[in-house]
Write a protein that binds this ligand. Structure first.
Ligand code: SAM
Length: 409
């Protein structure tokens, strides 16, 4: 039986140890961390790094009260990253073989054109922009797409050309293999059905979706100002147990999918769908919580959200924003590319975090002013949390500000 070295640590310290091992280059990211019934987690480490590990120093540095032992366990499952890497390798081999059989020449340029990331919706794989761009792929056509689909274990393939800046954020999608573009996507026990050519599904927001699922919104009325097909609306209803959600959406295709998704998840009786521009929403003084899930900015929705908060008790706003860190706060290009030392990563994070904190504090002030203008009363705003959702480029980050707003009486 194959075994690998792992660091066995207490579950409540696992995240901190993981971060530490990661920055030291010791964590073996090919494998998953494994949770054990005794409250410990085993973190895979590179065999070559084992001799450098000083358990006493490690504990001192990370968490003195934690368990911290070197163990050898049966090889854990491959991590998601490693699985994607191995599928990428298989696609490369498949495509390479087909190309050579056609008498074409393989090149680095073609290799770079093979996707290394994609979205999987049931039996359909959706590739992004910037891959399969060369004319040769279209010339080979269906034979190529059938082989790629078989390699990936799916039946249909599609590709996003771009997300239109049309306000609906409609994806421009081409079907490469298969007729129907209607998909079923299941995650965290929620079923989403939609047409990939008509509605977007923000797979990259998974951490935010899971965070919402962990909220306790029983006894709360929530308004989702940018509901789409129910990406956040459904976790509010299914997992966070919101008493009622008002879901606003102006793309008729997304509204149709949203209504269907509420039905199939059995929660339509607790949701009112408002079809149209949320700025015209005929509702005020009604919400304990407002979700503003629009990027690059949800600023257009701030006055609506302020009008919606309950006047007597206030509530929480979840404000999404893409924040760009100014160039003078970013490390030089070469240091990002190498990401060589812990200090460079640390400095970059600190620079980004300061910019997020400044944005949050300005936003809190602007929201206080809006609340005063709209309600005629003074309010106190409190930055409860800033959540990092994803990084677009080394300097552009999608964050969510949780802002508590209370009327001052
Ligand atoms: C980026 S999507 C986000 C949907 C969902 N929150 C997600 O993460 O998948 C934004 C959605 O808001 C809708 N939208 C944008 N502006 C709107 C407005 N003023 N009123 C109603 N819906 C709007 C778009 O049609 C789109 O479906």
């Amino acid at each position: 039986m194959a075994v690998i070295p792992c660091l066995k640590v207490s579950q409540n310290h696992a995240h901190t140890y993981r971060q530490y091992l990661l920055t030291k280059g010791v964590l073996d990211r090919r494998y998953c961390a494994v949770k054990h019934a005794d409250g410990t987690v085993t973190l895979p480490v590179h065999a070559s790094a084992v001799t450098q590990l000083d358990m006493v120093a490690l504990k001192d540095c990370v968490a003195q009260e934690s368990i911290c032992e070197l163990v050898h366990i049966k090889t854990p499952p491959l991590s998601k990253k490693a699985k994607v890497k191995s599928v990428h390798q298989k696609i490369l081999e498949t495509v390479h073989a087909i190309l050579i059989s056609k008498g074409e020449t393989w090149s680095d340029d073609l290799e770079r054109d093979i996707p290394s990331r994609w979205q999987c919706h049931g039996d359909l794989v959706l590739f992004g922009e910037g891959c399969f761009t060369k004319a040769v792929w279209k010339e080979i056509g269906s034979e190529l797409w059938r082989s790629v689909a078989m390699t990936m274990g799916v039946k249909r393939l599609a590709q996003i050309e771009k997300i239109s800046q049309d306000g609906f954020r409609t994806p421009v999608v081409t079907m490469l293999l298969g007729e129907s573009s209607y998909v079923t996507h299941i995650d965290n026990h929620i079923r989403y059905e939609f047409d990939v050519t008509k509605c977007m599904f923000s797979s990259g927001n998974i951490t935010e979706k899971l965070r919402i699922a962990s909220f306790d919104c029983s006894d709360e009325t929530v308004v989702d100002l940018y509901a789409g097909i129910g990406y956040f609306t459904l976790p509010y209803l299914v997992h966070a147990k919101a008493t009622h959600v008002h879901a606003c959406e102006w793309n008729p295709d997304a509204v149709k999918a949203l209504q269907r998704n509420l039905e199939i998840n059995g929660v339509s009786d607790r949701c009112t769908v408002h079809s149209g521009d949320n700025r015209m929403l005929p509702l005020s003084d009604a919400a304990d919580r407002v979700n503003l899930g629009l990027i690059p900015s949800s600023e257009d929705g701030w006055p609506v959200a302020c009008r919606l908060l309950k006047r007597s008790t206030g509530g929480i706003l979840h404000i999404h924003q893409n924040i760009t860190t100014p160039l003078n706060l970013q490390p030089a290009e070469h240091s990002i590319a190498e990401s060589s030392t812990v200090n460079e990563c640390f400095l970059r994070n600190q620079g980004d975090k300061q910019v997020w904190a400044d944005w949050a504090s300005n936003t809190a002030k602007n929201i206080s002013t809006l609340l005063l203008d709209i309600t005629g009363d003074r309010w106190k705003t409190n930055i409860k949390h800033i959540e990092h959702v994803k990084t677009y480029a080394p300097h552009i980050n999608h964050v969510v500000l949780d802002l508590e707003c209370k009327p001052l009486r």
